[in-house]
Design a binder for this molecule. Structure first.
Ligand SMILES: [Zn+2]
Length: 317
């Protein structure tokens, strides 16, 4: 029999759905969470959205799934974090925690005596992760990245097999190994042996029905894969490509961006990826592929700043 769970002193009972606003360590933020505890025993799946505020489609998916999932049919527990960077959301920011510019995909394990982003991270590590068996973190391409739906799975010895097996059940084309050890899912995978993944779908700080549906289907497929919840409709899958290695182009100066690539395009080593110029079109620098591979996402905006990571491509093995 499922016995329910307890998170930060709040009890969630078997065969029940409860929605609460958490205030981690007394922070003046309202963190919206739905916990659905199934009638039957099973694993605990945590799904999070908007650790980067402005990546709305995951939140759209979780709002609907929170209503849809019937505790009577659920085995195990589902913890839905509707919007983690909630102050970023209300200040209409496009990624980071506005109070301290923390990137919640790169500031774990945090510090409960630190600034807001660090306190949030520390709260997850101490109060949430110990109750969780798998993490699915829903994202979009950042801001003006155009992106093909993809999954990042952890390259962390003890959890890679479980995470990759789960990624293979999904409706995303590219599966990319990641060595992130300081993000929400990356820290949990690397330091706490909790398998997980990032699922990326959509872009542009907008919500779009097909992207919300796609994220909902990803969560449904995961729950089916883990034996938590039966699929209630057939979900169309796509062919998948696994990239054990990927390459990222980081710009070393600012300029006006003229991309020469498209998403899903095959590139060969030495192919032009794009050029940065001044506003008069005078070339500042050309950027070339360093490997044979396939473009997964790139900045489609025009403004490039020094340090921007603007292109990701999977390396053909
Ligand atoms: Zn993101």
């Amino acid at each position: 029999m499922n016995t329910g769970i307890m998170i930060d002193g709040v009890a969630f009972d078997r065969n029940d759905r409860k929605q609460v606003l958490f205030h981690p360590y007394g922070l003046p933020v309202d963190l919206p969470v739905t916990v659905i505890c199934g009638k039957n025993p099973g694993m605990t799946l945590m799904v999070s959205a908007q650790i980067h505020s402005g990546e709305y489609n995951g939140s759209g998916a979780l709002m609907r799934l929170a209503k849809e999932i019937d505790p009577d049919k659920l085995s195990g527990n589902l913890i839905l974090f509707h919007c983690v960077n909630v102050t970023g959301f209300w200040q209409r920011k496009r990624r980071y925690v506005p109070e301290d510019m923390a990137n919640l995909n790169a500031n774990f394990p945090g510090n409960e005596n630190g600034t807001l982003g660090n306190i949030l991270a520390a709260w997850f590590v101490k109060e949430v992760f110990p109750h969780v068996d798998f993490i699915a973190d829903l994202h979009n391409g950042k801001d003006n990245d155009i992106l093909e739906p993809c999954v990042f799975f952890p390259r962390a010895e003890k959890v890679t097999d479980v995470a990759l097996a789960a990624a293979k059940c999904l409706n995303t084309k590219y599966l990319i190994a990641s060595s992130n050890a300081i993000g929400l899912y990356g820290y949990a995978a690397t330091h706490m042996n909790i398998p997980g993944m990032i699922i990326e779908r959509g872009y542009g700080c907008i919500q779009r029905e097909e992207w919300i549906q796609g994220h909902m289907d990803s969560v449904r497929l995961l729950m089916d894969h883990f034996g938590m919840y039966p699929l209630e409709k057939e979900i169309e899958k796509c062919e998948q490509v696994i990239y054990p290695r990927s390459a990222y182009v980081t710009f070393d100066r600012r300029g006006v961006w003229n991309p020469a690539i498209k998403v899903n395009q095959k590139v060969k080593k030495g192919d032009l990826l794009g050029t940065i110029t001044d506003f008069f079109g005078n070339e500042i620098k050309k950027y070339f592929a360093e490997y044979d591979g396939t473009i997964i996402y790139y900045i489609a905006g025009m403004c490039i700043l020094e340090g921007d990571e603007a292109i990701a491509y999977g390396i053909d093995e």
